[in-house]
Ligand binder design. Structure first.
Ligand code: UDP
Length: 331
């Protein structure tokens, strides 16, 4: 039940961040008018097209409403969030305030200006420990950390807003975002870096001594954790497909992954192959809260969004990341 779409004016919150910057650029290449709203706490000014950045806080509802009105915004893509699982356990207040209160404030501004299309970055962390793998959308959502809860609360609110206020929304549950744009000018740069692929590539660059493998005694084929690494441009294209299909009352709740699992050891091996460098590893104890395997069944997104990921194996994903790391050694 999608509707005809034309060019839209889109506000991209968190559009100076990793996934948001890739989506903003793809949106603008698809012909949409894009404005990035970002507080630059984690975002990078240089990741936004010139003249397109509006610096501001989501908690400032008057400011956001003003931007929605001034730019005649038709739809919001919301990426701005804190996303360190470990920190969400030690400082939940920070996560509940930013990810829930901040998002509800954005949604209040949208109600004020009657903007009813919303594309939301959700996460496979809303499933918690999956009952079985691959994970499809019929599995219960039972997060095991505050980060996952903050995303689930917003999914819940969106479903209620769709019914009560006629919003159309997409809650896109990312598996492991990875890689960098092929043009080589946008990439992944978190501070602190906790994600596997950038850490392994930093070892390849000689910036770290070794890769720490968090556990090799999981019930998986090689004993290390299995994840579904999805290229950031494939995430971006799913957002655009979803946006262009949104209409009143339309609800998409979709996993975004390749459907293929890759172990930590396989990631390291792919990095050795791509970089041609030795990458020493050290096995350490498991990290708290890591499920053995998280792999998406993404057939719903393929069906409902008409989406197909272009990257389906780890080596090309790592190659895209390596190209960016080599050209931007300091992020
Ligand atoms: N991992 C690891 N060593 C590291 C960082 C991550 O072994 O230095 C593992 C981690 O246990 C997980 C996988 O790599 O199984 C991916 O972790 P990441 O933090 O990149 O993403 P997550 O799956 O936690 O969202």
């Amino acid at each position: 039940a999608g509707m005809e779409w034309t060019t839209m004016n889109v506000l991209v919150s968190g559009g100076a961040g990793y996934v948001g910057s890739h989506a903003a650029r793809m949106l603008s290449r698809a012909g949409h008018e894009v404005w990035v709203y970002d507080n630059l706490v984690f975002g990078h000014r240089g990741a936004v097209a010139p003249g397109r950045l509006i610096e501001g806080d989501l908690l400032d509802v008057d400011r956001v409403a003003g931007v929605l009105a001034e730019k005649r915004i038709d739809a919001v893509m919301h990426f701005a969030a804190f996303a360190y699982v470990g920190e969400s356990v030690t400082d939940p207040a920070k996560y509940y305030r930013n990810n829930i209160v901040g998002t509800l404030s954005l949604m209040d501004a949208m109600r004020r200006q009657d903007v009813r299309r919303f594309v939301f970055s959700s996460t496979c962390a809303t499933y918690g420990e999956p009952r079985s793998v691959p994970i499809d959308e019929s599995q219960p959502q039972a997060p095991i950390n505050p980060y996952g809860y903050t995303k689930l609360v917003i999914e819940r609110a969106l479903s209620d807003y769709a019914k009560a206020y006629g919003w159309g929304y997409a809650a896109l549950r990312y598996f492991n975002a990875a890689g960098a744009s092929e043009d080589g000018d946008l990439g992944e740069d978190h501070d602190p870096e906790t994600h596997l692929i950038p850490l392994v590539l930093q070892v390849a660059q000689g910036r770290r001594e070794h890769v720490t493998i968090f556990g090799d005694d999981f019930p998986t084929p090689d004993g290390t954790c299995v994840r579904d690494y999805i290229h950031v441009d494939d995430l971006a294209s799913a957002h655009i497909s979803a946006l262009e299909k949104l209409g009143p009352g339309v609800e998409f709740r979709c996993n975004l992954g390749t459907g293929r699992g890759t172990s930590v050891k396989e990631v390291v091996e792919a990095c050795r192959e791509v970089t041609g460098r030795p990458i020493p590893t050290v096995v350490a104890p498991r990290r708290a809260g890591d499920p053995p395997a998280l792999v998406a069944d993404s057939s719903l997104a393929r069906r409902e969004l008409g989406w197909t990921p272009r990257y389906t194996s780890i080596v090309p994903i790592v190659r895209s990341a390596w190209k960016w790391h080599e050209s931007h050694p300091d992020g």
